[in-house]
Design a protein around this ligand. Structure first.
Ligand code: R5P
Length: 316
């Protein structure tokens, strides 16, 4: 335990509701800090309490507007380092830029690695995040990085709401099979995979369903819903193959552009997301989108990190 009190929680502006709930879970008030803008939109941070020798957790999702929220995280971390915090953990419930984890072509960046470098160089000693787009991104950091999973929260919800006998878990693309298989195992359900293919350039994508969804209530599992296109097309493909209903459990509701009307106007019975990204009013008012709170899980992981207890056992 740090000499200077137990733990300190510092919040960026990305997700005030989640931050407040994490503070309530840990019975720890937010450290007084000012994060504001100059007239030209430069960010200014002032930590208004002594953090010398403290174990500090900075909570900030690098969600929309991603660049502003990332800069806030970096500048808060710099301020804490210069104020002699003993240990700084960047708690990033949604790690933006994670989809840029490889070079898609010549002369392109690996932005996820650049962001990992920036966070480390700003002064973070540890990182805690949730359902990374790809597990290997952990290796982009040379500091301890805990990748938490929303699956216990999702599994609890699924067990409360569904007749497990009828369920089938579906990965909406080949890249998400490991994640979907993990959830299917936890609820003892069969697994199907959607294989998207464009047979010829200029022709529309064909959705091949590998598995037999006929007669099943299908649950699509993925890390991110952004435009919603993947989910809406997957739901159509599954219903055409005889699925009775299609739901989706997705960790991060990026939901940019026209995603919300696309989801509400779709044949998806319900989209369930976590609040790793603060839901907009449109998301909150959407009749077929529901938000599962993730604060307890993150709060528990923070508490365990502070007291040097196992975090992985949260997911056994
Ligand atoms: C991609 O690899 C991700 O796992 C998601 O499938 C993707 O980001 C979803 O994007 P959208 O909702 O725009 O189809």
């Amino acid at each position: 335990m740090a000499k200077n009190g137990a733990i300190k929680l510092v919040a960026g502006n990305s997700n005030p509701v989640l931050t407040r709930e994490i503070g309530e879970y840990l019975q720890t008030p937010m450290t007084k800090a000012v994060v504001r803008r100059f007239a030209d939109m430069e960010i200014f941070v002032e930590i208004q309490e002594n953090v010398r020798g403290a174990d500090v957790f900075v909570i900030q999702s690098t969600s929309f507007p991603a660049n502003d929220h990332l800069m806030e995280l970096l500048i808060i971390t710099d301020a804490l380092r210069r104020a002699s915090a003993r240990r700084i953990t960047a708690v990033i419930p949604y790690f933006g830029y994670s989809r840029q984890d490889r070079k898609p072509g010549p002369r392109t960046p690996i932005s996820a690695k650049l962001v990992a470098n920036l966070i480390t160089h700003a002064g973070a000693n540890r990182v805690m995040t949730l359902d990374l787009h790809a597990g290997q991104i952990q290796g982009f950091f040379d500091i301890p990085t805990d990748n938490l999973y929303a699956s216990p929260v999702m599994v609890r919800d699924i067990k409360e709401r569904f007749d497990l006998e009828k369920l089938m878990v579906v990965s909406p693309d080949v890249g998400g099979v490991v994640r979907a298989r993990g959830l299917a195992k936890r609820i003892n359900a069969p697994l199907a995979i959607i294989d998207k293919r464009r047979e010829r350039a200029g022709e529309s994508e064909v959705m091949n369903v590998i598995g037999e969804p006929r007669g099943h209530v299908c649950i699509l599992v993925d890390d991110i819903v952004d435009s919603g296109g993947t989910l809406v097309n997957a739901a159509d493909a599954l219903l055409e193959q005889g699925a009775t209903e299609v739901y989706a459990y997705i960790s991060h509701g990026v939901l940019s552009g026209g995603a919300v009307p696309r989801i509400t106007g779709s044949r998806l019975k319900e989209l369930v997301i976590t609040d790793s990204i603060q839901p907009t009013e449109a998301v909150k008012n959407a009749p077929n989108i529901r938000v599962l709170p993730i604060a307890q899980l993150i709060g528990e992981a923070i508490g365990r990190t502070a007291s040097e207890e196992s975090v992985s056992s949260l997911f056994d």
